[in-house]
Design a protein around this ligand. Structure first.
Ligand code: ARG
Length: 457
């Protein structure tokens, strides 16, 4: 295939150099955006009288037929082409002849690739948002089913205070809802058209960038042509949002892995989302969650690659920038499949309520409530805290827990203790009593579920 830029050269590009330089294996997935961008450009060229209407029609029909044929599988994208832009233009010229050669008037591959990438990422971002919503929905269903499931809440991975499973899992819904906000925010800044910036400085033709921006559903066009072709901030922003999604998925995965261990046994994963061992017949491994946790690093790595690629390049376009796509595409592919596997894994997971309750019953996690009991009877909190600590020590030394230590023993620590203390430190009461806004109490959990349901809608 003849190079777009063949005129100035007398020798062919070296074979290895050609392969090194080419990006078709990565950017061919933007064929739809490349063609859509070209159709808009052609329409604008006709409107501005830069090319004839008849030629414009031929170009547009040719481009549409290429799109149709790639979609249907009739036309294969040749890996011999340097990139998707060269491929489409060469195919167009092969189909419609000379008119095809006019398409690139008042345009460069520099603004072309920038517009293709923005269009592509905009669509992908919307898809990611849909997948996040599906996961949030699965989380919300589990929360709904587990409003009354008591489990230990942890700090330092030490049993801390009793909470409902619903409250715990809803924390992830909050993270993911913020993730959607970050993606939508990134899309807002991404959604400006660089098309018409040309190589770097604009063009001598009387183009109408407002028109192409409108045809491509952008909110407007980039105001500085140099920035238009050299900006990849939108890749960084999206990748950073994707990285944070992976942080959240990885933390969730880590908990799923812990919870499905024999040591915890808080949840049982569905067979469809676990694997066995080739040697140990008893094993049921949480591979999906482990892989999500494991793949987080590559998404962070892609963000670092892009930031590093950008930090040293002078304005405007440099070939370094071709590296942007492999990184962001890999991050998108990774995040999408991780969301696709996590949502049904959460949805089909069984929470083992007896086990979460039993774990909560063992660890003095109602000690704060016992201190609060004394405080509410008038004792200063610091004093109540100290006495409760002594009671806990006494219990440990005498193989007791707070719930079964006899009242006469309690009385030895303070005469404020009465029979009603047992109800006050009952785990279900402890959770119910946490009436503070955003706490684990039922009213707050209902409010969270309502908020999440509104978000899904
Ligand atoms: N394949 C190139 C890229 O992804 C397209 C732009 C090429 N521009 C250029 N001046 N060589 O960045």
């Amino acid at each position: 295939m003849e190079k777009l830029w063949a005129g100035r050269f007398t020798k062919e590009l070296d074979k290895i150099a050609f392969g090194f330089n080419s990006s078709i294996d990565v950017d061919s997935r933007m064929y739809r955006q490349d063609i859509t961008g070209s159709v808009a450009h052609a329409k604008m060229l006709v409107k501005q009288g830069i090319i004839d209407k008849s030629e414009g029609d031929v170009i547009i029909d040719g481009l549409n037929s290429i799109l149709e044929d790639i979609d249907s599988g009739k036309l294969e994208i040749s890996q011999e082409a340097e990139d998707i832009h060269s491929f489409v233009e060469a195919e167009l010229t092969a189909r419609v002849g000379d008119a095809g050669k006019r398409l690139h008037t008042a345009r460069s591959r520099n603004d072309q690739v920038a517009v293709d990438l923005r269009l592509y990422l905009r669509d992908e971002a919307i898809e990611v948002v849909g997948l996040i919503k599906a996961l949030v929905e699965a989380i919300c269903q589990q929360a709904d089913k587990n409003r009354d499931t008591i489990m230990p809440g942890y700090t330092h991975l030490q049993r801390a205070q009793p909470i409902s499973f619903a409250h715990h899992i809803l924390a992830y819904a909050m993270m993911l809802i913020r993730d959607v906000g970050r993606i939508e925010d990134a899309v807002k800044r991404m959604n400006l058209s660089p098309l018409g910036s040309c190589a770097l400085s604009g063009t001598t033709y009387n183009t109408d960038r407002e028109c192409t921006a409108r045809l491509l559903d952008f909110d407007g066009y980039t105001l500085n042509s140099i920035d238009g072709v050299s900006d990849r901030d939108f890749c960084v922003e999206l990748q950073s949002a994707l990285s944070l999604i992976m942080t959240h998925l990885s933390r969730l995965s880590e908990e799923i892995i812990l919870w499905s261990s024999w040591e915890f046994k808080f949840v049982e994963l569905d067979d469809s989302y676990t694997t066995g061992s080739s040697i140990m017949p008893q094993k049921k491994n949480p591979d999906m969650a482990e892989l999500v946790r494991g793949k987080t690093g590559r998404v962070y790595g892609n963000l670092m690659s892009t930031l590093t690629m950008l930090k040293g390049i002078p304005l405007a376009y440099n070939k370094d920038m071709q590296e942007d796509k492999e990184a962001i595409f890999d991050s998108l592919d990774t995040v999408k499949v991780c969301l696709q596997v996590t949502a049904p894994m959460i949805e089909t997971m069984t929470v083992l309520k007896e086990n979460t309750l039993a774990a909560a019953n063992k660890g003095f996690i109602n000690a704060t409530d016992l201190a609060d009991y004394l405080t509410k009877k008038g004792m200063p909190f610091r004093e109540a805290y100290k006495i409760t600590g002594q009671i806990v020590r006494f219990c440990i030394e005498n193989a007791l827990v707070l719930d079964n230590m006899p009242l006469d023993e309690y009385k030895k620590f303070s005469d404020m203790f009465e029979n009603d203390l047992y109800d006050e430190i009952n785990l279900f009461t402890c959770v119910k009593k946490r009436i503070s806004q955003g706490g684990t109490g039922p009213e707050s959990v209902d409010k969270q579920i309502e908020f999440v349901k509104q978000f899904i809608k």
